[in-house]
Design a protein around this ligand. Sequence first.
Ligand code: PAF
Length: 283
Amino acid sequence: MELVHTIAEVRARHDAARAAGRVVGLVPTMGFLHDGHRSLMIAAGAECGFVTVTIFVNPLQFGPNEDLDAYPRDLEGDLKLAEGAGVDLVFAPTVAEMYPDGAVATSVRVNGLADQLEGASRPGHFDGVATVVAKLFSIAGACRAYFGEKDYQQLQIVTRMARDLSIPVQVIGCPTIREPHGLARSSRNAYLDGVERQAAGVLKRALDAGVGAIDAGERATDAVEARMAEVIAGEPRAALDYARVVDASSLERRDVLHGTVRLLIAARVGAARLIDNVGAQAG
Ligand code: PAF
């Protein structure tokens, strides 16, 4: 496995891989890698002849009061995990390499999909994500890119962005990896102490309760969302931000559920703001 820090080196390695007939698999990350990331690398390795992991804590996607400076970092640990997962190349650029002019004049915005849910709670967040992912796709060239379903709204946004801009990258969503009590693996779980980590399992229990209501025939969106909120309210360490049921592709909220839907939840547990989601079929 090779570690590189410049865009030119990534382009050269990817051009050589493609010239040798290998499909490039890209796993964009912000580092502090865990089993969720490992599953993306394994999926990429199973389908691609050359796997690149990018590690870049992207300042553009953090709001002024968010955790950019405190965001957990561990390049040494990340390199070990990536090597163990069979990765060929790690791209860990500096901020100056990615944004040599400081503030970017060009920003990518995916209208509609970026406005609600996380977009409403974190204004500008998805413009920062779409902009850096567009850059990473442009740097990587033709490839398959692997993203976790854990960040479901992000997955829909980067998929739409690649399609709208005719970027030759196939975006692949991979299932969420969970701890035994249901907590979705996330770098932000590092902010939780042992008791909070247990308490954070409430997000998955709330989602399961919502799915249970839909499976039992409930079709009123309000009622399913209220059921999820009720479960969160039962855990004193958790504070709900939102519990929503939306169309799985457009992310639009309808009063009456039908078709393939996605249940999404965001809550604070201790110092961590956590998100999670699951799918369901409403008739
Ligand atoms: O999901 C993440 O880790 C980030 O949002 C991403 C896609 C690497 C862009 O910075």
